[in-house]
Write a protein that binds this ligand. Structure first.
Ligand code: AMP
Ligand code: MG
Length: 398
């Protein structure tokens, strides 16, 4: 059987995960989500002509003559005032930034050019008509298509929606991802470790990676290599999660709990032509998409990067699902197995002429090397040796 290519498996995973449903979410839950429909402005911004300064609403022509002008202050308009009387000729109204400009006024003179009076005011300057007035619709016209479907919502875009009076936006919701680690050797950090046991790391790492990709992670405590326990652990979550991501128990040894437990289900186990992260499984468990990642921590995390992260991003409606890449010169030689895409861990330094230094060897247990790296160095399938100084493609991890 010829191995599955990275591209084939990526496609299969993305299809399995599919698209999340669209719902209206309150603005404070929308950050980082993708707008699912165009937004047409329900009002103009600013909604009314308002003052850009603290000062006095005036008729510009009344200040046009020589010398200071002394005028009665007919009214006081703080921001938020809703009833505004027209500006009578020969008077001014004191006005604050953001307050509505009274009908009849055609300019605002800033308080700094006056004596600041409240009964009468002496004005020592001139303004042109329109000065210091923010006119209605300056920023957005009612009916404008202000935000388009596909926009990734940022602080400024949720701010704009709020300014337009929209309490919610239509977005694709976050996928809920159940993360389950398997292995009888695993112990929760904080508990004592017996000889032969190790502290669990994949669950914590993959749940963090799910959140980093924008999903909601439900991290299940790991299960031992026991098929019954595997089923028992998943059952309560089947109605509430969109994707199940497991780690461990899928390689060629005995006690491969994930393989054994999913044997009768619609799950395909395959070897993907990559290193690390060859053994992969994907399919449905009781109807829920399930992705089974290998157990070695670097394999699990690289698999997540290559397969799961893009699928989760796409499920939320992101069109940009790839990490940014760059070309860099590698500082030391690399070897890579024939016929496999290799993802080595590296430290990319853009400041010193786009150089990447491999961190650690190819071993998929070298978690600290992954933790200390900031990119993956991608060695193509047909390349077995990369000389020092050669150009490689790096995939930024942050
Ligand atoms: P497996 O694929 O289950 O045979 O696991 C391969 C290797 O990864 C073994 O050395 C496991 O102990 C280790 N491993 C599996 N799952 C985890 C995990 N959740 N945390 C840390 N190491 C793990
Ligand atoms: Mg295991």
């Amino acid at each position: 059987m010829s191995p599955t290519t990275v591209a084939e498996h990526r496609k299969r995973v993305a299809e399995l995960v599919g698209l999340m449903p669209v719902l209206q979410l309150p603005l404070d839950e929308c950050l980082g989500l993708v707008l699912a429909a165009d937004v047409v402005a329900p009002l103009s911004l600013p909604p009314f002509d308002n003052s850009a300064m603290d000062g006095y609403a005036v008729r510009a022509a009344e200040l046009a003559g020589e010398g200071p002008v002394k005028l009665p202050v007919a009214d006081d308009i703080p921001a938020g005032r809703t009833e505004i009387s027209p500006l009578e000729p020969g008077t001014v109204q004191r006005i604050m930034t953001g307050a509505p400009v009274p009908p009849g006024a055609d300019a605002v003179i800033q308080v700094e050019l006056t004596d600041g009076g409240t009964e009468t005011v002496t004005i020592n300057g001139k303004v042109r008509p329109g000065a210091n007035i923010r006119t209605a619709g300056d920023d957005v016209q009612k009916g404008d298509p202000v935000l388009t479907a596909g926009t990734v919502l940022r602080p400024s875009t949720v701010g704009l929606a709020s300014a337009l009076g929209l309490p919610e936006l239509p977005v694709r919701r976050r996928p809920r991802v159940l993360v389950l680690s398997t292995g009888s050797e695993l112990v929760e950090p904080g508990r004592p470790l017996q000889p032969g046991q190790i502290y669990e790391s994949n669950g914590t790492m993959l749940a963090a990676a799910v959140r980093d990709a924008g999903g909601t992670a439900v991290q299940l405590k790991f299960v031992p290599d026991d098929v019954e326990e595997f089923h028992r652990a998943l059952t309560p979550y089947l109605g509430s999660v969109d994707v199940i991501v497991t780690s461990g128990g899928v390689s060629a040894g005995a006690y491969e709990v994930v393989k054994d437990a999913l044997a009768g289900h619609d799950v395909k186990f395959t070897k993907v032509a990559m290193q690390p992260g060859g053994p992969q499984g994907s399919g449905r468990y009781e109807g829920v998409p399930v992705l089974t990642l290998p157990g070695n921590p670097v394999s699990a995390q690289v698999s997540f990067e290559v397969f799961v992260r893009p699928a989760l991003l796409a499920s939320m409606g992101h069109t940009q699902v790839e990490r940014p890449t760059a070309r860099a010169t590698v500082t030391s030689p690399l070897t890579s197995p024939a016929g496999k895409t290799q993802f080595r861990r590296g430290l990319y330094d853009p400041s010193s002429g786009q150089v990447v230094t491999p961190v650690g060897g190819p071993g998929s247990h070298l978690l600290s090397a992954l933790a200390l790296s900031n990119c993956l160095i991608e060695v193509p399938e047909d390349v077995t040796e990369v000389a020092a100084g050669a150009e490689v493609v790096v995939r930024h991890l942050q």
